[in-house]
Write a protein that binds this ligand. Structure first.
Ligand SMILES: [Zn+2]
Ligand SMILES: [Zn+2]
Ligand SMILES: [Zn+2]
Length: 327
């Protein structure tokens, strides 16, 4: 199913803004502000939507960068830090360490400072610069461990846990554009929506396109909502390439919540056996959108042949559901 928000987003890429660029928001979360504004609250996360249409060739993504998310709480934009290999504290800082060559004692420079001179705190002798070697080392302020190579960690700004980078969730970010196929895909779905709206208008429904309908405490975005002002009859329209049983069940629930009969338009003209069965039981009206923009009450089931006219009448009656369900 393409949601009204997703179709809006794809239309924008097809006709307006020609790309969606990732931005890092407050706290390091990844945002596609332009794309996000076009989606509805009920739509999935914008990054998931873009990735899904990217995977199916409707969008193409140009690699931008990577972000890391917390495996504990999912917060995006983890921050790099070094950590102590002994106690895992991030409070390990690079320090100049002196070693008294005569006795081998090593400690941060401040330990050797003795009223303007340098003295070895271990063998308690004053030492000259020549008797010392200096090197940069990490000193853990938490447990006192001295080490050369700290551990690499990413820490979460939200839950404050630290993880080795390999244990965090890496996500590549892309700048998205619509493909030629995607433009065609979008046009096909918008044409299907228009055909549904026109067809309902011809039947004297008052029709709204890309609108919202109030259910019992929920507002649903829908592609088409139609109401017969005299009869109080209502229709809602969903559009899917190939609706699954889950889509049908969810849309039927939506329709019942808003007191409308559900119409699902398939833009491939193909559905599974289960979906066909639900349509036959008149839980939903199933229509195919043809490439020329017309609607048809025939559709293909599984890999089989199209359903014949004996079960499904032409669109004229199909749009008049549920009157034809008893035939
Ligand atoms: Zn010493
Ligand atoms: Zn430590
Ligand atoms: Zn976290």
């Amino acid at each position: 199913m393409v949601s009204p928000g997703e179709l809006r987003l794809l239309t924008e890429l097809s006709e307006g803004t020609n790309e969606f660029t990732p931005e890092t928001g407050p706290g390091g979360a990844v945002e596609y502000p332009t794309a996000e504004r076009l989606l509805d609250d009920r739509d999935p996360d914008v990054v998931d939507v873009l990735e899904r249409y990217g995977a199916r060739g409707v969008l193409e993504g140009e690699f931008v960068s990577k972000v890391y998310s917390c495996p504990e709480c999912d917060t995006q934009g983890m921050q790099y830090t070094t950590a102590c290999p002994a106690c895992e504290s991030a409070h390990a800082v690079e320090t100049t360490v002196l070693e008294h060559q005569a006795c081998g004692y090593a400690a941060p420079e401040s330990y050797f400072e003795d009223e303007g001179d340098l003295a070895c705190p271990d063998c308690e002798t004053t030492v000259r610069e020549e008797g010392l070697s200096r090197r940069q080392q990490y000193v853990c302020k938490e447990c006192g461990e001295v080490f050369e190579t700290p551990e690499d960690r990413l820490w979460c700004r939200d839950c404050l846990y630290m993880f080795p980078p390999a244990e965090t969730i890496e996500r590549a970010l892309y700048r998205y554009q619509i493909t030629d196929d995607g433009r065609e895909w979008t046009d096909r779905h918008r044409l299907a929506r228009e055909a549904a709206a026109d067809s309902l208008e011809e039947r004297r429904f008052e029709v709204s396109v890309d609108t919202t309908v109030e259910g019992d405490g929920t507002t649903y975005p829908v592609h088409v909502f139609a109401e017969d002002p005299l009869m109080g009859d209502r229709r809602v329209v969903a559009i899917a390439e190939r609706p699954t049983e889950k889509h049908v069940a969810a849309f039927r629930d939506l329709a019942s919540d808003v007191g409308a009969h559900p119409i699902i338009i398939t833009t491939t003209g193909a559905v599974s056996e289960e979906v066909a069965r639900r349509a036959e039981a008149t839980e939903v009206t199933l229509l195919s959108a043809r490439p020329d923009g017309t609607l048809d009450s025939e559709y293909d089931v599984g890999e089989g042949a199209p359903r014949g006219q004996s079960l499904f009448q032409r669109l004229t009656s199909a749009m008049d559901v549920p009157a034809w369900k008893t035939q």
